[in-house]
Structure formats: C-alpha cells, structure tokens
Write a protein that binds this ligand. Structure first.
Ligand code: ZN
Length: 119
C-alpha cells in the first residue's frame, strides 16, 4: 500500500463518530503528528462535540488503526505530543517512589500545582 500523501487519504480510514454515529468525513479533522508511516489525527465531531484521536499506521500491504474518545482539544493534543519523552531512568525512579514510600508519593502528588499538565 502506498503511503498516503494527504489528510484526506488518511481520514478515509476513519468512518464514524463512536459517540453519535455521525459521518466523520464531514467533520473537522486535523493531522497533528506524523512520523514515517504513523499518523495521529484529531477529530472533533460537529454533531456530538466529542473529540477523537486516531493513530493510523500504514504497514506494507495494509492499514492498522487505533482510536480513542478523548477530552483533549486539538491544541492539547499538539502540546502533549511535543512534551519531552519519559526516560527509562525516570520510569524506574517513579516505580521506586510509589513502591518504597507511599507517604513520599502522596507528598509529591499534593505538591503538584493543579494545572501541571497545562505548562
Ligand atoms: Zn459525534
């Protein structure tokens, strides 16, 4: 299968809104990340106002897609996509934190400002 050249080609693989059944092809959709054969699209349903994020992967002879209903707006999705990746060391440190001392973990959570994700 040929790699798609446009958002329109990618969105042909997404049919309907999982919330209301509206035809997605008539809704506002934005491709917000693309790397090699992997594409991330954000779609807002005009009828139900729900948001949907789809990952469409073009593999050799076929297409695979995974999607989820989301409360993320397009700008949220774009911002989160640009965040620095979590390293293995950070993941191990976090695992130690939640396993070794639950009080320290609770202190960590309560010290975070409520809008931490919006930074
Ligand atoms: Zn809908």
């Amino acid at each position: 299968m040929k790699k798609p050249d446009s958002l329109k080609e990618i969105l042909q693989h997404i049919a309907i809104c999982p919330i209301c059944g509206n035809d997605y092809r008539q809704n506002k959709a934005n491709l917000f990340a693309q790397q090699e054969n992997v594409n991330l699209a954000h779609i807002s349903c005009a009828k139900s106002q729900s948001n949907f994020i789809a990952m469409i992967i073009f593999l050799g002879q076929g297409v695979s897609s995974v999607g989820m209903v989301s409360d993320l707006t397009l700008s949220d999705a774009e911002r989160i996509c640009r965040l620095k990746r979590i390293t293995v060391d950070e993941l191990i440190d976090f695992h130690k934190l939640i396993n070794n001392d639950s009080q320290e973990f609770l202190n960590f959570l309560t010290a975070l400002p409520p809008n931490r994700l919006s930074e």
